[in-house]
Design a binder for this molecule. Structure first.
Ligand SMILES: Nc1ncnc2c1ncn2[C@@H]1O[C@H](COP(=O)(O)OP(=O)(O)OP(=O)(O)O)[C@@H](O)[C@H]1O
Ligand SMILES: [Mg+2]
Length: 166
């Protein structure tokens, strides 16, 4: 099993939105994106931009911190946006219906470490980190094993100039 990876530097939130839009254009039901990173790294900002880019009339996309899951209708099918930070047991994840959604919807999952054995093996992993305390730069690290992600990631990288991709 080969692990592929790519890394991009996002200098402000507009660049994060651009990256999210570039990925969104390639998504279809059954795709799962695991959004990891510390509190405030930009997971919700990324998910919000992605969801809104797939809607003709963009909706409000609140953080699912308390609801755990929010579901959106988009041009490319249903999108499930989950925040698993408050999940204590894997059984709660089953109760949310996430396992079925992994097969039938586009899923954007914050705090995916809570999934444990339920982590879909074909998911795209996107880890965000804060580059420095005093600016808006975020580092996005993409990793995947499923060849399904090669073209979407190429599109994400090419949404940035060669100087910005590294
Ligand atoms: N380059 C950037 N990309 C994304 N967000 C940025 C960027 N620069 C600044 N921000 C700001 O960082 C914050 C990111 O918050 P967000 O809620 O998206 O984080 P999160 O990773 O979802 O955190 P949590 O773990 O609490 O859910 C927002 O206030 C956003 O405006
Ligand atoms: Mg969040």
């Amino acid at each position: 099993m080969t692990l592929f990876s790519a890394e991009l530097s996002l200098r402000d939130e507009a660049q994060t939105r651009r990256l999210a839009t570039a990925l969104g254009a390639h998504l279809r039901p059954g795709d799962v994106i695991l959004l990891s990173g510390d509190i405030g790294a930009g997971k919700t900002a990324f998910a919000r931009a992605l969801i809104r880019s797939l809607q003709d009339v963009p909706e409000d996309v609140p953080s699912p911190t308390f609801t755990l899951v929010q579901v959106y209708d988009t041009r490319q099918g249903e999108v499930w946006h989950a925040d698993l930070y408050r999940i204590a047991r894997v059984s709660e994840i089953e109760e949310l219906g996430l396992s079925d959604a992994f097969a039938s919807a586009i899923c954007l999952i914050e705090w995916p470490d809570r999934l444990g054995d339920l982590t879909p093996p074909g998911a795209l992993d996107l880890a965000l980190s804060i580059a420095g305390a005093d600016d808006d730069t975020r580092i996005a690290r993409l990793s995947w094993t499923d060849a399904r992600w090669s073209a979407p990631v190429a599109a994400m990288v090419s949404a940035f100039s060669p100087v910005e991709a590294r």
